[in-house]
Unconditional design. Structure first.
Length: 282
């Protein structure tokens, strides 16, 4: 029988984070669950007792991130897996966002995850290893009109985590980026839409305006997605990326094929920018 593990999650109170928390508790693992609304975990606390450790956390508060992560490692002794799940969707044309919306989206989806990882690293190194799991989306590989700011955060955090994986491999720390597709977790209903500008009516960016009210079902099963994320977090060696959902595979594959096609024809022109090589004396 596999040993019980200890997990640290941000954004554990709702959606995919809560589903992961429930599945881990049911199998007897310990979970350090954090989020802004701990009342949503009250029922689980009553049922699972000491298996569930909780702390309020807004990942945009850098001091709080350090304090909560340090306290979790101190009180739980060791943590096997840190899952960066906190985040939200902000959609609209780039010109439609307010400055505050730009700052808060990036502080949550990009900087927040970076700070959680940075806070956990000294502890993971000291204990001789562990895993960091970053919840991204196909939007971390495939950009779309109306999602420029959301894509900025997800593209950014994927770049950070990919580089981090190379930095921490010598310490036995693995990094896994998970790219789920659409799942029935309420993400669309909770998405924030920028105030629309008439100039964008009828343009590709305007398509996101129906996001919260759209009736198109999400193809992903949140129970399966959570289960597969847990399995990926325990896989050895750590997979760098895990694509979950047929829609995610389609969007990521198309984006990568198009990106490569745009580069492949430029080999000669790219080399033309190099310094001229001196002629070799005969």
């Amino acid at each position: 029988m596999a040993r019980a593990r200890t997990w640290f999650l941000t954004g554990a109170t709702h959606g995919l984070g809560r589903e992961i928390t429930v599945q881990l508790l049911r199998r007897g693992d310990r979970v350090a669950a954090t989020g802004r609304d701990l009342g949503a975990l009250a029922e689980l606390a009553d049922e699972y007792g000491d298996l569930l450790w909780t702390a309020p956390l807004d990942v945009t508060d850098r001091r709080a991130v350090r304090e909560v992560v340090d306290r979790a490692f101190s009180e739980l002794v060791s943590i096997d897996v840190v899952i960066n799940n906190a985040g939200y969707g902000l959609f609209g044309a780039a010109e439609e966002f307010s400055d505050d919306q730009v700052d808060h989206q990036l502080a949550t989806n990009l900087s927040g995850s970076i700070q959680v990882a940075r806070a956990a690293l000294p502890h993971l190194r000291a204990q001789g290893g562990g895993r960091i799991v970053q919840v991204s989306t196909y939007g971390g590989q495939a950009a779309n009109a109306g999602a420029s700011l959301y894509n900025a955060g997800k593209f950014g955090i994927e770049g950070f985590m990919e580089a981090l994986a190379r930095e921490v491999e010598p310490f036995g720390i693995g990094v896994t980026i998970v790219e789920p597709g659409g799942t029935g977790t309420g993400f669309r209903r909770n998405a924030i839409l920028a105030a629309p500008m008439a100039a964008y009516d009828g343009t590709p960016a305007a398509a996101v305006r129906g996001l919260a009210t759209g009736s198109r079902p999400s193809p992903g099963d949140p129970v399966k997605v959570a289960s597969m994320m847990i399995a990926a977090a325990e896989a050895d060696p750590a997979p760098l990326r895990v694509v979950l959902g047929s829609d995610s595979y389609r969007f990521v594959h198309e984006a990568l094929v198009q990106r490569l096609a745009g580069v492949e024809g430029q080999k000669s022109s790219a080399a033309a920018a190099d310094l001229d090589q001196p002629e070799t004396p005969r």
